[in-house]
Design a protein around this ligand. Structure first.
Ligand code: AMP
Ligand code: MG
Length: 411
């Protein structure tokens, strides 16, 4: 077991042993938000055939060579092809076939003229300008070539990718299984938000916030509820979580108080403790362990500390298990809009809102009170300001480094 590790080591000790979840095939319609477990290669060209991008007439460019406003070329319209159908006839010299947007280009044609640029009378059409071969033709494979890799293993499936996979004719997608996470809160003082608040008690906010954070990642959640600060009860519920989940997350009871019995409960279960304590504020009393290839991460009960350490330590692990290849938050430079008066003997993460000015400059505003228990300043937070250990007060206008943890452009 290691003690008081740096955040990067805390992440790495878990990531270096975590493997992505098992793979499965699911219906394409369910694939959005999941992660591809296999590269997708195109079995066909996209589009599969040369097609018309507009309503018009398919012709031979050669036939139109001498067309002018004064001396139009006259062609005979021999057929009409709607989208979804193919022409029965071939274009021969002096003929044209009417086509619609998406119609396959009839054999013998090498250009399409817009409907509006043609004067049609009965079976004949007049063209007033010459066309070049290839005019107004979408070539087969213009979007995707047969055999091309369109998305790699580890890609998060977006609606556009679902569309592309469907366009290639796949009704299913190979993805990683959802990560199963059990969430447990511990503490005698906690009351479920559906109950009446009694003297000395507080509502449980970590269980709902962490379940929400896991759901947002697309995990499969079991909210095992709250247990009192008793070694037996905690050991029982953690064992229940480990029986089914890939990752068990607990909050509370990991500090050094008389009732902080979570580490003892883990020892009772034979969990191997990877580390105890992470050198950061808030949330330093994190315990991470493993048993039978499963992970258990025990977070401080302080609501902000719990969510911040969840984001920085549990989320990268969950993302790796989801099969993602980018699992660490992006780091960018920004200018502090506000000052922060307290010195930081220990590395500190401040809750901030990152934004880009109209001039393209990165700024970060503090979102409010920064103490361990304060949840309100996390509500609008999309970035953590990474303040190195040993820093003095931070002045407005100072350059800082931030980790992006939320939507930067959401309003
Ligand atoms: P602990 O980590 O158990 O020492 O708890 C630290 C602080 O967080 C205490 O003030 C607890 O009352 C509070 N706390 C612990 N768990 C929760 C929770 N699930 N929801 C809200 N506050 C909590
Ligand atoms: Mg407690």
């Amino acid at each position: 077991m290691k003690n008081n590790v740096a955040l990067e080591e805390a992440q790495d000790l878990l990531l270096s042993v975590a493997q992505p979840a098992q793979e499965c095939e699911i219906p394409l319609f369910d694939a959005v938000g999941r992660v591809l477990s296999r590269e997708i290669r195109a079995p066909i060209h996209l589009p599969p055939f040369d097609k018309s991008p507009l309503d018009g007439y398919a012709v031979r460019a050669l036939d139109t060579e001498r067309a002018t406003a004064a001396q139009p070329v006259i062609l005979e319209v021999i057929e009409e092809v709607a989208a979804g159908h193919t022409a029965g006839k071939k274009i021969t010299p002096g003929t044209a076939i009417k086509v619609m947007t998406g119609s396959p280009i009839p054999a013998g044609a090498d250009a399409v003229i817009k409907y509006e640029d043609v004067k049609r009378t009965g079976k004949l059409c007049k063209l007033f300008t010459p066309l070049r071969p290839g005019n107004n033709i979408i070539l087969a494979g213009e979007d995707v070539k047969k055999g091309e890799a369109v998305a790699g293993r580890g890609t998060l499936v977006s609606p556009a990718l679902v569309g592309l996979i469907g366009a290639l004719g796949y009704a299913e997608a190979a993805v990683f299984n959802k990560v199963k996470i059990a969430v447990i809160s511990t503490g005698d003082e906690l009351v479920d938000c559906s109950q009446k608040l009694q003297p000395g008690k507080i509502y449980n906010s970590n269980l709902p916030s962490l379940v929400a954070a896991c759901l947002k990642l697309g995990a499969q959640i079991t909210a095992l509820g709250n247990v009192p600060d008793e070694l037996e009860s905690i050991a029982d519920i953690v064992a229940l979580g480990l029986a089914d989940a890939d990752i068990v997350i607990t909050t509370g009871g990991v500090s050094v108080g008389d009732y902080d019995v979570v580490p003892d409960a883990l020892a009772r279960l034979g969990v191997y403790i990877i580390y105890r304590g992470v050198d950061m504020k808030p949330g330093s009393p994190v315990v991470a362990g493993t048993k039978d290839g499963k992970f258990i991460i025990c977070l401080s009960g302080n609501p902000a500390a719990a969510l911040i350490t969840f984001e920085l330590i549990a989320v990268p692990l969950i993302k790796k298990k989801m099969g993602l290849v980018n699992y660490l938050p992006a780091r960018v430079g920004a200018v502090m809009s506000d000052g922060f008066a307290k010195p930081s003997p220990q590395r500190r993460f401040l809750r901030g809102r990152f934004h880009v000015s109209e001039e393209g400059k990165n700024y970060v505003d503090l979102t409010g009170e920064q103490s361990n228990g304060v949840l309100k300043s996390l509500v609008n937070c999309n970035a953590y300001i990474d303040v190195p250990a040993g820093s003095g007060r931070i002045a407005a206008g100072q350059d800082v480094s931030v980790l992006i943890v939320g939507d930067v452009f959401a309003r």
